[in-house]
Design a protein around this ligand. Sequence first.
Ligand code: HEM
Length: 378
Amino acid sequence: MPGVSCCNDPATDAALRMSEPSASARRRFLWCAAGTVATIYALILVGGIVRASGAGMGCPDWPTCFGQWIPPVSETELPANYQEIYAERGYAETRFNVRKTWTEYLNRLLGAFTGLTILATLCFAWPFRRHEPAVLGLSVAGFVLVGVQGWLGSVVVATNLHTGIITLHMLLAQVIVGIVIVALWRAERERMANDAATLATRANEPLPSGTRLLLVAAMSAGLLQLVVGTQVREAVDLVARASEHVDRHLWIAALPRVYDVHKWLALPTVAVNGWVIWLVLTRFDAPLPRRLAIALAALLLGTIAVGTSMERLNLPMFAQPLHLWFGSMIFGLQLAMLLVIGGAGRASAMATGRATGQATGQATGQATGHATPPVGAS
Ligand code: HEM
């Protein structure tokens, strides 16, 4: 790991230390990258609200909304014949609705803001280019993929919500969040590894050997749920359209088998995630891994509670974006846990190394009559 006395060559070590970003540059990057992750999750929530409230056509044109950069708040601000104008452009259904227009507008603003935050993250990653080049590389990848995601969003509309593209759109959002989380980790891991209290397991005992594999299985189950959930959502949209958006109480019963698959897949997903959460809570006193595990447990319970309420309460509108939002944050948390658990493994190996070094040093010191400094004490 760069910076943690990586090399036997003191000159290389010193050069690496010199290229370390300053504390304020590090803080700027961390805040900006964390803000990007938060903005992407906010965008997923607002996108879900747009869809559940049918606000997608709240702005019938793009990039302006009703021909204005800041949309109107009342129909009186539009030309008297605005419906005819939009009918000529192929949008015969256009009726101004302030709630729908501003919901869609907020969605667009957040989309633009995400572009700005990822660009700022990329700029703030520059000071890491020598010390931890992966931070810069990952930020570039995140920036490019946000552009691809914007383009894919337009393809979703152009292909009239093609199922495969919607799924790809959802998975790409997870990839982007994942890339920024890994960049955050790479920027912070050295500091964390040097601070035993942040990562070390209870009594520095290593986690059971299969823990990381178990977490990878939990992540795969979570991602599968996302893909299957997206197919359920597509089926809900078809049923809603077929019933002209009325009779919500009949929609759940009309869903195809993929809905049962989605419901029952929740059981193994919870089981494998629950196992990992239990392992982390019983092995760590350190606050970071414990907080991640508790947040994961809360998100899983929240997703399932909202999913169950959708079934029992005939798909209430408020529940649709919430279920998507909770479900989509699971992967990010699991990834953060995977990185932290890996870091904990390294931290406990380093602590064991230090302890062994100290013991060897003391033994050598006793034998030769002078003390040897412990590993890493220089
Ligand atoms: C770990 C558990 C679960 C995860 C990660 C998950 C995730 C998801 C995701 C990502 C969607 C797509 C939402 C969208 O694109 O708008 C979805 C849809 C859906 N899920 Fe789940 N889900 C889980 C469990 C459940 C359970 C237990 C139920 C029901 C008992 C359920 C019921 C539904 C329904 C009805 C939809 C369609 C929602 C809509 O049309 O807005 N889910 N799920």
